[in-house]
Design a protein around this ligand. Sequence first.
Ligand code: 13P
Length: 248
Amino acid sequence: MRKSFVAGNWKMHGSLASNLGLLNAVRSGTDAGGIDVALCVPYPYLAQARSVLGGSAVAWGVQDVSEHATGAYTGEVSATMLTDFGCIYAIVGHSERRSFYGDTDTVVAAKFSAALKAGVTPILCVGETLAEREADITAAVVTRQLNAVLAVAGIGALAHAVVAYEPVWAIGTGRTASPQQAQQVHALIRARIAQEDAGVAQGVRILYGGSVKPSNAQELFGQPDIDGGLIGGASLVAADFLAICAAA
Ligand SMILES: O=C(CO)COP(=O)(O)O
């Protein structure tokens, strides 16, 4: 049985002052021993996340990581640096990174491997655009994104990672994939992983992301291959985020 996991992706939102209430509310609203809960914060707030969430049932993470271990890479943050702040998770391959910052499948695979090597659990995002869905190539796109990581990191690595299916057309649009649409792609992802290793496929958690709200979370999370969610906008409102966690 896979343990449900709900992770917030704050994206580029927050301030020291506004984060405090949010972090404290999520901390006090999350029980140990239930589902896994994490908040992926902007880099400058990692120390604050550690200070407020340390010792609680809520883990913290980031939204991207460098594919390099160290060196002359101005502006980049390495996975090892993240471990100095107790960071457990790093999102890699988010569609906003892929589309605005040129993160190709190859770069995403390198970031995935760099995170794992440093002991940070990658949350690998995959998902198709609206045009790709309309062209009926969702399966091909998601498989290609997954294959790129499998080719570099190998199937064993997936046992130490989390996958998130985020249809690009559902991110921040209020337009959620129907539970059936999401389940179909989640099953496809698990089947692709099972082609490599059935045990890894059974164990790996596949989250759904894209306009998850308290009102739709339960039905989405009720699907057999949906193991939780990666939450954007709704993770900025403690009551909404906690209601989504309660649905998982
Ligand atoms: O991109 C997302 C999480 O990574 C989803 O964002 P929204 O929940 O705001 O649609």
